[in-house]
Design a protein around this ligand. Structure first.
Ligand SMILES: [Zn+2]
Length: 341
C-alpha cells in the first residue's frame, strides 16, 4: 500500500515549491556563493528612447585615420565636402529646413585646421571633413548662415546635429591643446584629427570626453526637477553634475542628488546617453530611486527644486503646464518623457 505523507493528507492542493537555497538559478548546491542572482535578460522589454544630437549617418572609418596616404586621397576626391566651423559655429543653409552647407575643397583655406568626420554611406562613401575657418565667403557666395552650435542642434534633424557636435568638439579640442600637458612642448595633429603628438617628448594626446550624469530622482508618482540660477524663467530640468575621478556613474548620481538637493538614493538605473559638445561632455541619463521627499537645497548649485507629478510633467512636455520642460533636443526631455510614458 502506498504510503501518504502526513502533510498531503492535510492539504490536497499542490505544495508550493520550497524556497531555494544558494544559487537562485539552480546551478550549484546550497553552499556556494555566486553571482547568478544578478543574471537578467538585459533586453527584456527594453526600448531605446529617441535622444537628441545622436544618429549620425556617417561611418567614422577609424581604420582610415591612421593612413596619411588614404587621407590625402580622400581629400582629393571630387565628392569630398567640408563642414566649415566659423569660431566653432557651423555654416548652414537657410530656409525652413536648414541643413549643413557642405563646402568644396576650394572654399576652405589650405592652412585651416581640418579633421576627418567620416564617410557618407548614402552618397557612395563620400568623404566628409570639418574645418575651422571663416564662413564669410560661404555666406556671401552661397547664401549660407553662421549659426550658434546650440541653435543648430535644435534646428538640424536626421543625425546632422551629431555631425556638428563631432566637428565642434574635435576642433575645440585642437584649439585648446596646442601644447603638451606633460612637458609644455608644441603638439601636432595626427590620426586625421583624433590625436595630437608632442614634438618634445613624443607623448600622444587624445580628444577628451567629460562624463556628466543627469538624473531624474523619482519616488512613487513624483519626480524631482530643479532650476539653476541662470535658467530661463519658469524652466526646470533634471539635476546634473560632472562625474568625479575614481567614482562610478551610480555613485556620481547619488552624490550629486544628495549634494544639490539633500535627496538620499537607493537604486540607480541607466537610461541613455548623449554627446553634448559644449565643449566635450557626454550626458549619461539615469533614474534614481529617492528614499525621501525632504529637500535640502544647495543654493550655490540650485535656485529651487520641486517634486512634480506625472500629470504635471505631461503638461510641461506639452507646453501647457505652469513650468517649462527641456526641449526634445535635450536628454533631460528624454528622461522626463520615458518616466511618464
Ligand atoms: Zn611633451
Amino acid at each position: 500500500m502506498q504510503r501518504i505523507a502526513a502533510d498531503e493528507r492535510r492539504c490536497p492542493a499542490p505544495k508550493a515549491a520550497p524556497p531555494r537555497r544558494g544559487c537562485p538559478q539552480g546551478n550549484h548546491g546550497g553552499s556556494i556563493r555566486c553571482d547568478h542572482a544578478l543574471m537578467i535578460d538585459p533586453f527584456d522589454g527594453w526600448q531605446v528612447p529617441p535622444v537628441g544630437i545622436t544618429g549620425s549617418p556617417l561611418d567614422r572609418a577609424d581604420h582610415l585615420r591612421r593612413d596619411p596616404g588614404a587621407m590625402v586621397a580622400l581629400r582629393a576626391r571630387p565628392d569630398a565636402r567640408w563642414l566649415v566651423m566659423d569660431n566653432l559655429k557651423p555654416v548652414l543653409t537657410q530656409g525652413e529646413r536648414p541643413d549643413i552647407l557642405w563646402a568644396y575643397r576650394s572654399d576652405v583655406p589650405h592652412d585651416a585646421t581640418m579633421v576627418f568626420l567620416g564617410l557618407d554611406p548614402a552618397k557612395d562613401g563620400a568623404p566628409r571633413f570639418a574645418a575651422a575657418a571663416s564662413g564669410a565667403d560661404l555666406v556671401s557666395d552661397f547664401g549660407g548662415v553662421i549659426v550658434d552650435a546650440r541653435a543648430a542642434a535644435v534646428q538640424l534633424g536626421d543625425g546632422r546635429a551629431e555631425i556638428v557636435a563631432q566637428a565642434r568638439s574635435l576642433l575645440d579640442w585642437h584649439a585648446r591643446h596646442q601644447f603638451c600637458a606633460a612637458c609644455g612642448g608644441k603638439t601636432q595633429m595626427n590620426k586625421a584629427g583624433y590625436a595630437r603628438t608632442c614634438q618634445g617628448c613624443g607623448v600622444e594626446h587624445f580628444p577628451r570626453t567629460d562624463p556628466v550624469v543627469i538624473m531624474l530622482a523619482v519616488k512613487g508618482d513624483h519626480a524631482l526637477v530643479g532650476r539653476q540660477p541662470g535658467f530661463p524663467r519658469r524652466f526646470y530640468s533634471a539635476l546634473a553634475g560632472f562625474v568625479e575621478p575614481g567614482e562610478s556613474l551610480e555613485e556620481a548620481v547619488a552624490r550629486e542628488l544628495f549634494e544639490e538637493a539633500g535627496i538620499p538614493v537607493a537604486r540607480v538605473r541607466y537610461l541613455a546617453s548623449q554627446p553634448w559638445p559644449f565643449p566635450s561632455s557626454l550626458m549619461i541619463a539615469a533614474f534614481a530611486e529617492a528614499t525621501s521627499f525632504e529637500i535640502n537645497l544647495d543654493t550655490d548649485e540650485l535656485e529651487e527644486a520641486r517634486w512634480v507629478t506625472k500629470d504635471e510633467v505631461r503638461a510641461a512636455l506639452a507646453g501647457t503646464g505652469d513650468w517649462l520642460a527641456p526641449p526634445p533636443m535635450a536628454i533631460a526631455h528624454t528622461l522626463l518623457k520615458a518616466w511618464v510614458d
